[in-house]
Design a protein around this ligand. Structure first.
Ligand code: NAD
Length: 307
């Protein structure tokens, strides 16, 4: 399959590497000049589940990529999605599938401004990754990657992508309700990422605080309220149990938003708690936790001088 990775940071390089190794024809696309130069000069150095490898893989800025593709995986941060879509219009044909595995809410709506619904594939992944230096990344996990077509009648094309991902060791799974999975993952990020960032603690420390149950209930209830208006049924108690089980598994880990602030990078808060606060306000609902958390994370970005 001819594949482009639009946004080739930690996850983009991980997915691109796995699919290229399995014989697909992969092109990485990015804007970061030092990273592009390093990969063009010495290849991509990547450690997957502890095993280091180096491969030659094409990479360029959007304007330098002239081909069209069967599938484009988007791996920008949420706030970079619209800019990337603008820049890659010329590589999309009327049949190119666009797969979006970003954290956060509202991305399907943004993508639908650029391509027909039949080509939009939304999903979530539990693979994790990090950037060690320009041209050097790591990638960890065993999946799954759950995806579903935005137009549920277009299952066939999505099944081909699921198979390609599984053949590539990424553990692709066809989801019957990716909307629910996306909202539940947003609850993970909207609690653990946001609170660990504000409290400067890891997930284990957060879940040992005295009023963690009250905080989880406050935040998850608001997510559930807004999710319901968008057709996703998030049971509050079940979601809190899921969060606690997830926290138990990951333990003393600092979530990515905490790392973003540490590295002086903008967070995805507007696409998590910020979206819930905004949508609640638009719909005449109350979401005070989401609003306050968003304001505090923005205040933190300001204090750190992040633009
Ligand atoms: P990333 O920050 O590694 O990369 C995103 C973009 O930022 C890339 O285009 C990258 O080149 C660019 N970038 C990164 N550092 C830069 C620097 N110093 N200077 C200039 N540009 C730089 O993002 P990611 O971790 O791959 O995440 C992509 C999406 O996937 C996000 O929505 C994220 O929430 C989600 N996600 C990430 C993980 C993870 O473990 N990393 C897990 C699940 C979901």
């Amino acid at each position: 399959m001819k594949i482009a990775i639009a946004g080739s940071g930690a996850l983009g390089c991980g997915f691109g590497y796995m699919m290229q190794k399995n014989g697909n024809n992969v092109t990485l696309i990015d804007f970061w000049e030092d990273h592009i130069k390093a990969i063009q000069e010495t290849g991509l150095t990547i450690t997957v589940n502890g095993k280091e490898d180096n491969i030659a893989i094409p990479i360029g800025k959007p304007s330098e990529v002239k081909d069209t593709f069967d599938a484009v995986f988007i791996f920008t941060k949420s706030m970079g999605l619209r800019h990337m879509l603008e820049e890659i219009k010329h590589i999309l044909t009327e049949d190119t599938k666009v797969i979006c595995l970003l954290n956060g809410l509202g991305h399907a709506k943004t993508i639908s401004e650029y391509i027909p619904e039949k080509n939009i594939i939304m999903g979530t992944t539990v693979w994790t990754g990090g950037l060690d230096a320009p041209g050097k990344t790591h990638f960890m996990g065993e999946g799954p990657v759950e995806i579903q077509n935005a137009d549920v009648n277009e299952k066939e094309g999505t099944l081909q992508i699921v198979k390609m991902m599984s053949d590539s060791g990424l553990n692709g799974v066809y989801s019957e309700d990716v909307h629910f999975t996306t909202w539940r993952k947003a609850c993970v990020n909207g609690t653990m990422n946001a609170l660990c960032s504000l409290l400067d603690c890891n997930i284990k420390e957060l879940f040992e605080t005295t009023d963690i149950d009250g905080l989880l209930k406050g935040i998850v209830s608001e997510f559930s309220l807004v999710a319901k208006t968008e057709g996703a049924n998030l049971n509050v108690e079940e979601t809190i149990s899921y969060l606690k089980a997830t926290a138990e598994k990951v333990g003393a880990h600092y979530p990515s938003m905490h790392q973003d602030l540490k590295n002086k990078r903008l967070t995805e808060i507007d696409f998590l708690n910020g979206t819930v606060a905004k949508e609640a306000e638009n719909k005449g609902l109350e979401a005070p936790y989401s609003k306050l958390i968003t304001q505090l994370v923005h205040a933190k970005e300001d204090i750190l001088g992040i633009k």
